[in-house]
Structure formats: C-alpha cells, structure tokens
Design a protein around this ligand. Structure first.
Ligand code: PLP
Length: 619
C-alpha cells in the first residue's frame, strides 16, 4: 500500500507573469479552489496519508496549506530553489520518503482515475502518460521494448521516436528514488539545474540495460485520452477552464454513481454492485468462458420459474417488447389461432404484433382497471377453437394483476398453449410455470430482476419449445426456435449478445437468489403498503381496487385541484432524488408510482413525505 506522495512545488511559475509574482503556480484557483489543493484532496481520496511538498518560491503559501491539512501535509523547503531544478527539490524531500510513493508536479489538473491506474499497477515504477495533447508545452517520452522509459525530452529531435506525453504524475519505488538521487549527486557540478525527468530517464536506461529482475526499470502507462492539463501560462489556464476541467468533472461524477431512486415502471433502480459488474475486461462472446456464463444465466433464470430440468430460457439482445415479439411471432403455427387478452397497453401491444405478423387471431377486450371476467373468457375460448392464448401477467399500465393461474387452468381444459407477458411480474413474485399452466413466458433484465436494460428472454416449457421447429420463421432475429437450437449446439447466440449487460445480469441473479423471490415480494409489498397508506391518508384515489393490484405499481388519479401540475410534482420529486412517471389511460389522468427495483421501505417513506409536502403546498 502506498501511503506517501511528494509534490514538487518550488518552481517560480515565471511564465504566469503578474499572476504568480508572489504566489506559486499551484495556487492558481480553478473552480474556487487552488489547483494544488484539489490535487491534495484527490490524493487523500485514493488513500494517501502523508503528502510532502517541496517548496521554494513563496513557500509561505504551502506552509499555510500544510497547516490547514496538518499533520497530513508537511512542507520541506529547498533553500537553493532558485539555483536548482526540480531534481534539487526532490533531493531535499528524499530523506522524508519512507517507502514507495507518488511523485506529482504542483501545477496539474487531472482526472483522479490516473492515480488509481498507477496505484493498481503491479509494477513499482510507473510513469503516467497520455496521448497527444497539443498543449504547446509537451514533454515527450521515448519507450524501449514497448513500454520501458528510455528517454524524456521537450525536444522531439532528441528522441528516436515518441511513444506518449508525460503527465507529471509518477509512482516510484524507494530504490529508484535512491538511484535518482545518486545520479543527481554525480552531476551537481555539470547539471546544477537538473529536472527530475532527466534523472528518471537515466536511471531507467541503466536499469533496463542491467536487466536486473530485482530492480526493474521505469514503465510508461499511457491512457490515450486522459483528461489532464498543466497550468504553465495564461493560454493553459483558459484551455483548462473551458475544455479540460468540464471533462474531468464529468468523468469523475460518472464514476461516483449518484443514487437515484426510480419510481417509474422500469428500468428499475439497481444496486451499485450490479452497476459495477458491467465493467469487465473485453471479451469475445464466442469464447467458451462466455458461453458458460450464458448457460449459467439461462439455467438460473429457468430455476426462478420452476424445475430447470424441464424449462429452457432463451436469450436475446433487446428490451422486454422484443421478448414479447419473439413469443408472438414464433409460437403460433400456420394453422393455429391466437386469442389475445387486451386489458391494458401491453395486451394491446401483443395484439398489434399478431396483426403485424398476419396471424389468425382475435382479441378479448376487458377493462383496464377492473378484474377480468373469467366466465366470459372461458365462453370465448370454448367457442373459438383457439390453439394459443396471449395474456399479460401484470398490466403495468394500471397495476392490475391478471388471474394467470385461473386463465392457465381454463387453457389447459381446452388444450390451449399459453404465451404470458411476465415482463413486470417475473421474479417480483413467486411464479411456478408448471402449476400456473404457463408454456411460454417473456421477461427482461431490467425490471424485477434488478439488472440493466438490454437482455430480453423467453422462458419456455421444453416440450413445447421443441415442437416449434415446424413453425414458419416469421422474423430472422426474433425467432425463438432458431435462437434456441443454435445456442444448444454452440453455447453462442446467433448475433452479438449484450456482453456487459449479461455480466450485470449475472450479478443481479446472484443478488436475487440471496434475497429470494419470496422476500423480494415482501419488500415490494412493504413499500407498496407505505405508498398506498399515504395515498389513502391524503385522500387520493387509486385507479384499481387494492385487492386486484400487483403491489408493484400504483396508478393514482390526479387530484382535481386546478393548481396540481404533474411536471411540477415530477421536478419536485426529482430534486429529492425520485423519478416518477405520468400515466394517461384514455380520458383518465393518473400518475404512476412503481416500487420495483432496489428500493428500501425507508426510501418509500421519504417519497411519501415528498408527495405529502407537494400536495399540501398546492392546497
Ligand atoms: C415494461 C413492459 C414491457 C416492455 O418492456 P420494454 O423493455 O419497455 O420493451 C412489456 N410488457 C410489460 C408488462 C411491461 O411491464
């Protein structure tokens, strides 16, 4: 573990003219903070505990900084700073260095990731470098044998070839520091103003030629598009403020992963561990290792729906709608006849798909917010000679839960194959395909399984799936049997799978197994209770009777108060970290609050307070 850093801050900063006459370069302010202080904070964030600053010009500025961060920062003055170079200052600091350390120039703004790259590197002596910056003040690096530091110069002519640009952040071992100091001492007479770069290059060359396995040379690690800048003159300052600083801030913010609670009906809130599971080494998805990953994912997804020995899960790259389209287009044979239950937007969408694929089909229309009439449905099925039925498990439009087990029982009686859109139900509540009479079931990676959007899958009764080989292929990409038989033979999907999304899905499956589907349903229900209690207490009305609701999403009628405005409520909630979604159902205006995803009851309580504050504010 590296605990120390040395910052070289003795320089004059003479090129900044008036600005630094009585101030070291490191104290130029950017974004309300001296650049050296921003650098110090980044060092603390990556675990550095002690910072030694070599000072000279206007050293009292650094002494004040050291006081502010005492005892973590210490200053060491180079009394001869005006007559030595940066190596002279490093020599003065060297006795205080206890082990391997980071060496930084004082006038840098940079993306913190560079520190992580150096600290994570297994080599002990590593220079951070970037691709071309065109800053006008580049320090070029020449490499030998790939990435060994061979030479450093501002003058391209002096180098055999240019590999990268020096950033000014380096990880050094104590042994290398010692060798650099010895080199400098031998040249005090002929090179009194030696820069530390010169000593690094000389030591690296020597170590490389010695080929000593116990003390390897200095390596260059290049981050091609690294966001960094050295502030040496006025034009640098402007460039830094306008171009580099916004890039650094955006990058660092992205990596911080602020928590947002999504109360919209998918994609759902994910855990940080699922988010970070996406960052993996690049891999060709045709590698055996990736095939094993997909096989594992398929089996685990099947196991959530029953006995994995009788169930096959087939993966596609796509959203939940793709999984629905796979089912509708792949399962109904030429002479088959499909009945689609339409009691909401998703049922209507499946009917539309049946139309697009020119299937022989009828629609059973039912209220979007009242329970389905099972007797009427049975009557329709009995009279219609249907081979297949499509229904939505949980109508996300309104939160209405359809009686799938009863529908399955009716279908069994009439020998009808069931295609169930379970996109917003799967893994949010226990589902047993066999017991519920479900033959095919569509779902997605980004709802109750709490993964990232991008994997669509169909969970299939294997016997029924095998029979699909004789159904005509109506879509090339979205064909269930073709995808299944290819994967069974090769452990590969026919087309590029969403690689990183599958890694996140693996993590989401692991977390679902740990929580268990039963406990997840309890957690969702607890959140739903908190929400619906608040809704009732505030005198708001729900679209669907509580007994017919899924506990995953609640459609709330908009208050009739003329001062109510959804956009205002949305923005107010957003300010408190909650994202909500409107829902219009014909002429009925609702807003919908989903409580699927990685949401804790305490967060639902907080949202309920936000809702109450907003509603009281318009009274
Ligand atoms: C979300 C959802 C879909 C569609 O999923 P997308 O990922 O938006 O394509 C389909 N059916 C139901 C029931 C859903 O809730």
């Amino acid at each position: 573990m590296i605990k120390q850093a040395v910052i070289l801050g003795a320089g004059l900063g003479s090129r900044l003219k008036g600005r630094t006459e009585c101030m070291p370069k490191g104290f130029l302010e950017l974004d309300g903070m001296p650049i050296v202080e921003a650098s110090v904070r980044k060092l603390f964030e990556v675990g550095i505990e002690e910072i030694i600053i070599g000072t000279g010009h206007c050293s009292e500025w650094y002494d004040r900084l050291a006081q502010k961060y005492s005892p973590a920062i210490r200053t060491v003055r180079n009394p001869k700073y005006a007559d030595t170079g940066s190596m002279g200052t490093l020599e003065v600091c060297a006795p205080h260095v206890k082990g391997d350390f980071l060496l930084l120039e004082s006038d840098l703004i940079y993306d913190k990731i560079g520190l992580d790259v150096l600290l994570n590197d297994t080599d002990r002596d590593v220079i951070l470098a970037s691709g071309a910056t065109k800053s006008g003040d580049e320090v070029y690096l020449e490499a030998a044998d790939g990435t060994v530091l061979h030479n450093i110069s501002k003058n391209k002519e002096l180098l055999g070839s240019i590999y990268a640009e020096l950033v000014g952040i380096t990880k050094l071992s104590r042994e290398t520091l010692k060798a650099m100091c010895e080199f400098a001492e031998n040249h005090h007479a002929d090179q009194p103003k030696m820069e530390y770069e010169t000593a690094m290059a000389a030591v690296s060359q020597k170590l490389h030629s010695e080929n000593n396995l116990n003390h390897k040379p200095i390596y260059i690690r290049k981050i091609e598009y690294y966001a960094w800048h050295e502030i040496d003159d006025e034009s640098h300052l402007e460039m830094a403020v306008n171009q580099i600083l916004p890039r650094i801030k955006e990058n660092e913010l992205l990596r911080r992963v602020r928590r947002e609670v999504l109360l919209n009906p998918g994609p759902a809130t994910t855990t940080d561990s699922v988010k970070f599971a996406q960052v993996q080494p690049d891999i060709c998805p045709r590698e055996k290792e990736f095939g094993e990953l997909m096989n594992w994912i398929c089996r685990e997804l099947s196991a959530f729906a029953g006995n994995p020995d009788e169930i096959e899960t087939v993966l596609f790259g796509g959203s939940g709608t793709a999984a629905d389209e796979v089912m509708i287009s792949s399962c109904v044979p030429e002479d088959g006849k499909l009945l689609v239950i339409d009691n909401g937007a998703y049922g209507a969408r499946m009917a539309k798909m049946a139309e697009v694929y020119h299937l022989n089909f009828d629609v059973f229309k039912s209220s979007a917010y009242q329970a389905l009439d099972l007797a009427e449905l049975e009557h329709k099925i009995a009279a219609g000679k249907y081979t297949h039925l499509a229904a939505v498990f949980h109508e996300t439009t309104t939160g209405l839960l359809n009686p799938i087990a009863q529908i399955g029982a009716i279908c069994k009686k009439y020998n009808v194959i069931t295609l169930i859109d379970a996109v917003s139900a799967y893994v949010g509540m226990p589902i047993d395909m066999e017991k519920m009479g479900i033959h095919f079931m569509s779902a997605t990676s980004n709802k109750n399984i709490q993964g990232m959007a991008g994997v669509a899958f169909v969970i299939c009764n294997r016997n029924e799936l095998e029979k699909l080989s004789s159904v005509p292929m109506r879509s090339l990409y979205l064909n269930l049997y073709a995808q299944y038989s290819h994967f069974k033979k090769t452990s590969q999907t026919r087309f590029t799978p969403p690689v990183q999304t599958l890694y996140a899905l693996r993590q989401a499956i692991i977390e679902t197994k740990i929580e268990t589907v039963e406990k997840r349903y309890e957690r969702y229900t607890e959140c739903w209770n908190i929400l619906t209690d608040t809704v009732e207490r505030l005198g708001l009305k729900m679209l669907v009777d509580k007994k017919n609701q899924s506990h995953f999403i609640t459609a709330i009628l908009e208050p009739e108060n003329p001062r109510y405005n959804f956009d205002e409520l949305h923005d107010f909630a957003m300010k408190h970290g909650f994202t909500i979604y409107p829902g219009k159902l014909g002429e009925i205006n609702t807003f919908r609050i989903a409580n699927i995803g990685d949401i804790k009851p305490a967060e639902m309580k907080r949202f309920s307070e936000v809702l109450e504050i907003y509603l009281k504010s318009i009274c």
